[in-house]
Design a protein around this ligand. Structure first.
Ligand SMILES: [Zn+2]
Length: 299
């Protein structure tokens, strides 16, 4: 039945919730022009339950639909975003007993234009790091620490990755590096798992070029770091990682170079560091990156 989910229920914890079959919301990520990972938040209309707070677009699930369909339908009504423009990644269920709320994690490369309906005062793409400082809907405030993604900088040892793909790169190193840089553009705002199992969203790609590949052309979004002529690529990558970590970024480095991996791992954040403390969260090999480039879904 259409909208048979509309109605109040009491959960096992004694709260009153909207949604007879539970509710679902869309946690949508995108990356702005300066590399900040943003999420789309709704400033809830004053007349609504817990009005005048910030939360996710979403609402009650109907009995005939699954939670992802419910989140996309409700978010579509409230934001005018087309579901086809979004890449749905995973869900997180907050089960209260007798009622549950499902957060649907999705991403899209850039912050898309939205249109309000009467349920919102505003729709704003908020930097992930600023969400907790807003007056949040109490339900969203409770799940935010569990659902928030780590904004990630991918630091790519271009020569090492290019060398891992036998596509004739040795005949034209600058051309092969340039092709990889263009491909890396497709990773904008893509959700990737990082060691520890936490979801992360790629906010920036920093690519280090060395030797003959420094002549490669720059793509729009990927930040390219060229080592000085005769400079050592490993030193440039360690320096780039240290600079990013020092600025508070979480860095996932891509290289198979064993000595470089050990140097990068010395930049790990301290054990049990809180989110937002920068560090090298992991070092992965070229195969990890090439697999992602082969399977990236373009919306
Ligand atoms: Zn409850």
């Amino acid at each position: 039945m259409q909208h048979d989910g509309n109605g109040w229920v009491q959960c096992a914890r004694g709260h009153r919730h909207w949604g007879r079959h539970g509710a679902a919301g869309l946690l949508l990520h995108a990356v702005d022009d300066v590399g900040a990972v943003r999420v789309l938040l709704q400033h809830r209309a004053a007349w609504s339950h817990h009005g005048d707070t910030w939360g996710l677009p979403g609402g009650a699930r109907d009995s005939h639909e699954d939670v992802i369909a419910a989140a996309l339908r409700e978010a579509g009504e409230e934001t005018a975003l087309a579901a086809g423009a979004l890449r749905v990644r995973h869900t997180f269920v907050d089960d209260h007993g007798g009622w549950s709320y499902t957060t649907v994690h999705a991403d899209t490369p850039v912050p898309l234009a939205t249109a309000l309906n009467q349920e919102s005062e505003a729709l704003v793409w908020v930097p992930v790091d600023e969400v907790a400082s807003l007056p949040l809907h109490p339900g969203f405030a409770a799940t935010w620490p569990a659902v928030r993604a780590v904004p990630l900088v991918l630091l790519v040892d271009v020569a090492n990755v290019v060398g891992a793909r036998p596509d004739g790169w040795w005949r034209d190193r600058a051309g092969a590096a340039g092709r990889l840089l263009l491909e890396l553009d497709a990773l904008r705002a893509v959700t990737v798992p990082v060691p520890g199992g936490q979801p992360a969203v790629v906010g920036r790609v920093a690519a280090v070029l060395e030797g003959a590949s420094v002549a490669a052309a720059d793509p729009a979004w990927v930040q390219v770091d060229r080592t000085a002529r005769g400079g050592h690529g490993d030193d440039a990558i360690v320096a780039a990682a240290a600079g990013l970590v020092g600025a508070g970024h979480s860095v996932l480095a891509v290289t198979a170079d064993r000595g470089l991996r050990d140097r990068l791992r010395s930049l790990l954040p301290p054990p049990a560091a809180p989110l937002g403390v920068g560090g090298v969260v992991g070092v992965v090999g070229p195969r990890w990156l090439l697999d992602r480039l082969d399977h990236v879904d373009r919306p």
